[in-house]
Design a protein around this ligand. Structure first.
Ligand code: NAD
Ligand code: TYD
Length: 350
């Protein structure tokens, strides 16, 4: 189908800003509307380089506000939505689950309702961006496939699982054209420093302890954020209605091995003696309900649409470190004020 006007929600966040940039530059004939509440995680400076492009429009707004969302859909006549707006951090979901229900569940249903009420006869697609965390936790073997049963453990993953179910329900019940993708952990530029990699870069740079939950043996599958954005682009344009795709990097790391690699890169970049940064590693109390291992089988996406991750992890991590060291102003801005309060609340009692 032909797209003219696309709504991207959460476009000022980490993944959303990469996706908005990709669409603005690749599809000059599309009109891209970025709807974002600008929570602590949303930042317009993530989009500084494209903010004056003629095919780009930013609207500040809350997906939890149903009447605002309905009015927006009525006025704008979108023919596609790529929905990324969410509360995204597991530790915050443990402290405040309701916020996650509001944004991730109610916000998603508000968007689905608005899309249904303003159904465009010449086609409309609702793309829901989700996480591999809905599948729960793996043991030492196996991988998540698209048919793995949902088994979420954290309030974050429970809220994302719920929103995935609602999106599928709108396909099954009302015939809505939906697609869903479930992706593994992303890394790259503009990542808010509450997540493991940017938090550790920030702490190493400032000679602060690197907090490792439990024994550091939990495993995540890391994917370069721009490879995720490319996958979303491919799926949005080519997937058959009602389909789900898993997206992952085939790149599993225990947290402690990842941090040792990061410390090695940081030593080099900061001209420190080998082993200096690793001295900051500090084992702290484990996260409640901490999932042991995530690993994604993305062969369906590879076979159907020819997607493969492009960037090797060591190279991607080094590029990420370079970006953070070269973007001090961004890092200082996002770590001032509320961030210090958050950090104290999360880490002072660990
Ligand atoms: P993020 O926290 O960096 O950004 C979320 C964005 O949503 C922010 O710009 C924020 O301002 C906006 N937002 C939050 N609440 C809102 C509301 N009520 N109304 C409008 N906007 C609101 O998140 P991210 O890491 O970029 O993740 C984006 C999406 O991708 C999420 O749906 C997340 O579940 C999913 N995902 C993330 C990862 C990952 O590794 N980060 C992996 C797989 C899937
Ligand atoms: P995170 O980046 O929060 O992503 P997610 O929980 O969505 O996978 O965490 C990645 C892994 O790193 C996870 O196993 C928890 C662990 N972790 C730490 O050990 N210390 C930290 O300070 C943080 C934020 C995470």
């Amino acid at each position: 189908m032909e797209f003219k006007k696309i709504l991207i929600t959460g476009g000022a966040g980490f993944i959303g800003s990469h996706l908005v940039r990709l669409f603005i530059n690749k599809y000059p004939n599309y009109h891209i509307v970025n709807l974002d509440k600008l929570t602590y995680a949303g930042n317009l400076s993530n989009l500084h380089d494209i903010e004056n492009k003629t095919n780009y429009e930013f609207i500040k707004g809350d997906i939890v506000d149903a009447s605002f969302i309905n009015q927006l859909f009525l006025e704008q006549k979108f023919d596609g939505v790529i929905h990324l707006a969410a509360e995204s951090h597991v530790d915050r979901s443990i402290s405040n689950p309701l916020e996650f229900v509001m944004t991730n569940v109610i916000g998603t249903v508000n968007l689905l309702n608005a899309a249904k009420a303003n159904k465009k006869e010449d086609g409309f697609r609702f793309y829901h961006v989700s996480t591999d965390e809905v599948y729960g936790s793996l043991g030492e073997t196996n991988m998540f496939t698209e048919s793995t049963a949902y088994d979420p453990h954290s309030p974050y993953s429970a809220s994302k699982a719920s929103s995935d179910h609602f999106v599928r329900a709108y396909h099954d019940t009302y015939g809505m054209d939906i697609v869903i993708s479930n992706c593994s952990n992303n890394y790259g530029s503009f990542h808010f420093p509450e997540k493991l990699i940017p938090l550790s870069i920030y702490n190493i740079k400032n000679n602060k302890p690197i907090p490792i939950y439990g024994k550091g043996e939990n495993i995540r599958d890391w994917l370069w954020v721009e490879d995720h954005a490319r996958a979303i682009d491919l799926i949005f344009h080519n997937a058959k209605k009602g389909n789900t795709y898993n997206i992952g990097g085939h790149n599993e790391w225990t947290n402690i091995d990842l941090i040792h690699l990061l410390c090695k890169i940081m030593d080099k970049k900061l001209n420190r003696a080998a082993g200096d940064s690793a001295k900051l590693i500090t084992y702290v109390k484990d996260r409640a309900g901490h999932d042991l291992r995530y690993a994604i089988d993305s062969s369906k996406l590879q076979n159907d649409l020819g997607w493969i991750p492009t960037l090797q992890f060591e190279e991607g991590l080094e590029k990420t470190v370079d970006w953070y060291l070269n973007n001090e102003v961004w890092l200082n801005n996002v770590t001032s004020g509320d961030y210090e309060k958050y950090y104290k609340e999360q880490y002072s009692k660990r």
